[in-house]
Design a protein around this ligand. Structure first.
Ligand code: 0X9
Ligand code: ZN
Length: 302
């Protein structure tokens, strides 16, 4: 069984997916959904309770769109570990939902943070002067209108055009393929302990913001009750900052996910994005408590 006292490189993440799916063939299926700019395989794992119902509601979780946010892919692996290795305890989460998890959205950038620059954020596509776009500014909903740079060397570069990056295309295509069934989209980031809902592109709130707020609140309360940990929730713009072209706004607006959240996991302090390995387990197990509570709330509502 995988341990959460260290970080794993992209290749190790892919190997883990294959291994755990081979161990639970009745419940888990791995699919290669695309290749990154530099040719790394992007894999999802689909987890069900094996009852053969292929029409269930779906929870789609991704992580690692920002290369340096290492605790995010770790949290995605933790979800997989808990759903499969702890299935009895988590039965209710699989009765009504299938889970689709893409733990490593930006494998080129992620590997680059191991081999070259720890604080790399973007993809690694080749631009005129610099490499990469911020894949979380690259989605085609109000693309580029705010909080996104049009200058290729900036960390929040929006890209040449909406969906110029293969990695954001892959995420988009998964979302659209789930249209109608997709009820909860969760994209894992770090850091700051936030649960953020749309919109990121405007300070206006969506009509259904009360529903978003209710689900986010259930997550934050469950965490606070279990560990005392504090997560702040609210719309991206009003809680953090305005930034258009995010995957969360796209899932909500264009792929009809009624609940779409960015979860910013812990980090901070002197560690910044570099959450020490000794703190991974606490961070991801706490996040899982919140995610379970949110999933149950989503099941009640949709
Ligand atoms: O800026 C981001 O992309 C996210 N924060 S991070 O520190 N992980 O880079 C927040 C994204 C919130 N969602 C939108 N603005 N759409
Ligand atoms: Zn991020």
């Amino acid at each position: 069984r995988i341990s959460f006292d260290r970080y794993y490189r992209h290749d190790a993440i892919n190997s883990y997916l294959q291994e755990v799916a081979a161990k639970y063939p009745k419940y888990a299926k791995v699919e290669t959904v695309g290749k990154s700019y530099e040719g790394r395989e992007m894999k999802t794992i689909h987890i069900s309770n094996g009852d053969g119902n292929s029409n269930k509601k779906v929870i789609f979780v991704d992580a690692g769109i920002h290369a340096r946010e290492w605790v995010a892919p770790a949290a995605a692996l933790y979800i997989i570990d808990q759903l499969l290795e702890n299935m009895d305890e988590n039965k209710n989460l699989l009765t009504n939902f299938d889970w689709l998890i893409l733990p490593s959205v930006n494998p080129d950038g992620y590997d680059y943070t191991s081999t070259h620059t720890r604080m790399w954020r973007k993809t690694r596509s080749k631009g005129l002067l610099c490499y990469g776009a911020d894949a979380n500014r690259n989605f085609g909903f109000h693309w580029g209108v705010v909080g996104a740079s049009n200058s290729g060397c900036d960390d929040t570069y929006r890209g040449r055009s909406a969906f110029s990056e293969i990695e954001s295309q892959v995420v988009r295509d998964i979302m659209l393929s789930l249209k109608g069934r997709g009820k909860f989209y969760l994209t894992l980031h770090s850091y700051g302990n936030y649960i953020l809902y749309p919109w990121g592109w405007t300070s206006d709130l969506p009509d259904t913001w009360r529903d978003l707020d209710e689900v986010a609140s259930a997550g934050a309360s469950a965490i606070q009750a279990a560990t005392g940990g504090k997560y702040t929730y609210g719309s991206s713009t009003n809680t953090l900052y305005p930034a258009a072209g995010g995957s969360d706004d796209y899932a909500f607006a264009e792929a009809d996910f009624p609940i779409s959240f960015t979860m910013e996991l812990p980090g901070g302090g002197s560690a910044g994005f570099d959450l020490p390995e000794s703190q991974i387990n606490a961070a991801v197990s706490e996040a899982w408590i919140g995610i379970k509570a949110m999933a149950l709330k989503v099941n009640d509502k949709y």
